[in-house]
Design a protein around this ligand. Structure first.
Ligand code: ADP
Length: 260
């Protein structure tokens, strides 16, 4: 079932378009990676989908949700740089988040227990967030984002600020969660997208330049290796992402996104 349809979405700041005529849709239960270099417009798209920014043009439709409804009830969103109340314990923060999402105190506590267990930080529930590692904070961030059982979980660069250990923790958690919910996350790391997502949306300079699964892209470009190269030089590539480049006789997948 189609969960989300985005048609001709554009967003400008001060008259300058940073997201330009973007269209895509995705199915319920899928995990989609929005991948592109810094400044491509990933955060802008995610914030717009999350109902935090108003599109300049275009349409976003969630199936089963009327246009007059507040979309934020159905979306869980973790920003790239989440702000935690570090003096609170993990449990307090979860209950606070539940209350912000209009859950009762009792329900917030119940959900908090379940989710802190699910994300693997239940043992630290009474510890102050200020004492959490980066990976633990991010897992808490994901737990609070789903406290109200959203239809879609949006994660903006969920692992980019983490050390290797924290990254692994969060990627593992995302793999588990994707079995249970629809996830859209942004990244600039191809291997993260490949590890977690079913489908990719490649974004460059505010435009979707490719979409599909890695398998589809491999078939399309007849390559076993996918290397994404984005370029600043729009004219050279007619505004398209450069290419998915084949590297002969090698089966090591490269984790690169060149921004030249
Ligand atoms: P990404 O998440 O891919 O790094 P962003 O969506 O953050 O991209 O930014 C896309 C472009 O929009 C960048 O050029 C950025 O400088 C610009 N931008 C983002 N937010 C604002 C804002 N609030 N005001 C003006 N320009 C912005």
């Amino acid at each position: 079932m189609t969960l989300l349809t985005v048609s001709k979405l554009s967003k400008s700041y001060d008259g300058k378009n940073v997201v330009n005529d973007v269209s895509f849709e995705f199915q319920s239960g899928k995990c989609i990676a929005l991948i592109g270099p810094n400044g491509a417009g990933k955060t802008t798209i995610l914030r717009t989908l999350a109902g935090l920014l108003k599109p300049s043009a275009g349409m976003i439709r969630f199936s089963g949700i009327s246009e007059s409804d507040d979309i934020r009830k159905y979306i869980g969103y973790l920003p790239q740089y989440p702000v935690f109340h570090t003096w609170m314990t993990g449990m307090e923060f979860m209950v606070y988040s539940g209350r912000l999402s209009y859950l009762s105190e009792a329900e917030s506590k119940k959900r908090a227990e379940t989710l802190l267990e699910k994300v693997g930080i239940i043992d630290a529930k009474n510890r102050r967030i200020g004492k959490y590692s980066g990976g633990m904070k991010q897992r808490l961030g994901i737990a609070q984002a789903i406290i109200h059982k959203p239809k879609l979980l949006i994660l903006d660069e969920p692992v980019s600020s983490l050390d290797p250990f924290g990254r692994r923790e969060v990627l593992t958690l995302m793999k588990e969660l994707k079995e249970e919910m629809t996830i859209l996350f942004s990244t600039h790391i191809l291997s993260d997208a490949e590890e977690i997502s079913d489908d990719l949306l490649l974004l460059n300079k505010g435009e979707i330049v490719e979409k599909g699964s890695i398998i589809d892209l491999r078939k399309k470009y007849q390559t076993s290796i996918i290397m994404l190269e984005f370029t600043e030089d729009v004219e050279k590539y007619q505004g398209k992402v450069n290419t998915l480049t084949s590297v002969r006789n090698s089966f090591i997948e490269r984790d690169v996104l060149h921004v030249s």
